[in-house]
Design a protein around this ligand. Structure first.
Ligand SMILES: Cc1ncc(COP(=O)(O)O)c(C=O)c1O
Length: 372
């Protein structure tokens, strides 16, 4: 008697994974609660949006989507090469930094390999590490910053395949100046790949990013069009490093992953640096205004180089209550979950009208939770 079809077993590493996702999006919460949010300030999107020239370029090419995009993203990489002052073969593109982080993990990790990151740092990286069956070692933040000494030390203590650093950091928004990052890069062992995530590089003060021409055989750097350029929904980002390491991505990347419109949008975004800089200024103004309100409410704003602000609520219980109160008031925000970062909530910086809703809700939430 023949047996009927059965569901094939996933690969061992995958079968062992918990059924979690790193990010529960606002749409998911809206579907669960049946209520739309009034302000969407939890995913560090850039509500100021892309340049009008980007929107016009997308519109002008919308009818062309019957073609595949350029599998080599030649024009976009050429524009990035000029932007970064690097050769084109030092640059690869991908479906957001998230997509590129997945490729890095597939390229460099064997099951059981050791990977170092900060406890509570960007979780999507950890998600990709887990899918390779690698072992994640975490070091705590120090004074709300990723601890460069401890990260380098952890990478030196035992053979380590990858060390991950986001500068500026998410979820705290803090940052290290260029010299400290360069020193960190020099101290990590040469056999360890440094993944330097510069998703918020454009919103950081001058002097935060090492020069784009700083490349090392064991260094890969990543930037995105999702944040300062306002193109999160297009899913386009880039990695740069020494050409030999960059060439490896071609072995496994999804060759049409950065779609035709994303390539056009990213090129137009790069060409309108004035818009991007104006947006970064507006983010700064609105972030400062939020920090002032936070101080007035007797809470503490963590200094931020990003398009979000972490707010120290004094303890995890109050931060949880503040988060709940804000969600109840229709304001989508998020909070770190690991101690001691969990004493904070995190609010993305949006347009003035969204910020006005957030300010009012924050005042009310602070008053309601004041006794905690
Ligand atoms: C540190 C960090 N890296 C990467 C990303 C994701 O970027 P992308 O939209 O390019 O995938 C984010 C988004 O929040 C982030 O905070």
């Amino acid at each position: 008697m023949s047996e009927g079809p059965v569901a094939p077993r996933p690969a061992g590493v995958i079968a062992a994974l918990p059924a979690t996702v790193p990010f529960v999006g606002p749409e998911v919460i809206e579907r669960r609660t049946g209520r739309p949010f009034r302000a969407r300030l939890g995913a560090n999107e850039n509500a100021f949006g892309p340049s009008p020239r980007v929107v016009a370029a997308i519109a002008a090419h919308a009818g062309d989507v019957w073609t595949y995009g350029d599998s080599e993203a030649f024009e976009l990489r050429a524009a990035l090469a000029a932007h970064l002052d690097l050769p084109r073969d030092a640059i690869t593109v991908g479906e957001g930094i998230d997509g590129l982080l997945g490729l890095v993990c597939r390229l460099y990790l064997e099951p059981g390999d050791r990977v170092v990151t900060s406890l509570g740092a960007y979780p999507t990286f950890n998600y990709h590490v887990a899918a390779q069956g690698a072992e994640l070692v975490t070091v705590p933040y120090r004074d709300d910053r990723e601890d460069l000494d401890a990260l380098a030390e952890a990478a030196r203590a035992m053979p380590t395949a990858i060390v991950y650093l986001a500068n500026p950091d998410n979820p705290m928004g803090t940052w290290w100046p260029r010299a400290a990052v360069e020193d960190f890069i020099a101290r990590v062992p040469g056999q360890t790949l440094i993944v330097l995530d510069e998703a918020y590089g454009e919103t950081a003060p001058k002097g935060t990013l090492p020069p784009s021409t700083l490349l090392r055989p064991n260094l890969l750097r990543f930037r995105t069009f999702s944040k300062a350029y306002g193109l999160a929904g297009m899913r386009v980002a880039y990695g740069f490093g020494e050409p030999g390491a960059i060439a490896l991505f071609d072995r496994i990347r999804n060759h049409f992953g950065v779609n035709a419109l994303a390539q056009i949008a990213a090129r137009a975004a790069l060409a309108d640096a004035d818009h991007m800089r104006a947006v970064v200024d507006k983010i700064g103004d609105n972030r400062r205004a939020l920090a002032e309100l936070v101080a007035e409410l007797g809470l503490a704003a963590i200094p931020s180089a990003t398009n979000f602000l972490a707010i120290d609520c004094g303890g995890a219980a109050r931060a949880d209550a503040m988060l709940k109160a804000l969600l109840d008031k229709g304001i989508f925000v998020r909070k770190p979950t690991v101690p001691v970062l969990d004493r904070c909530i995190r609010i993305s910086i949006g347009r003035p009208e969204q910020m006005a809703l957030a300010h009012a809700a924050l005042r009310a939430a602070a008053a309601e939770t004041g006794a905690l």
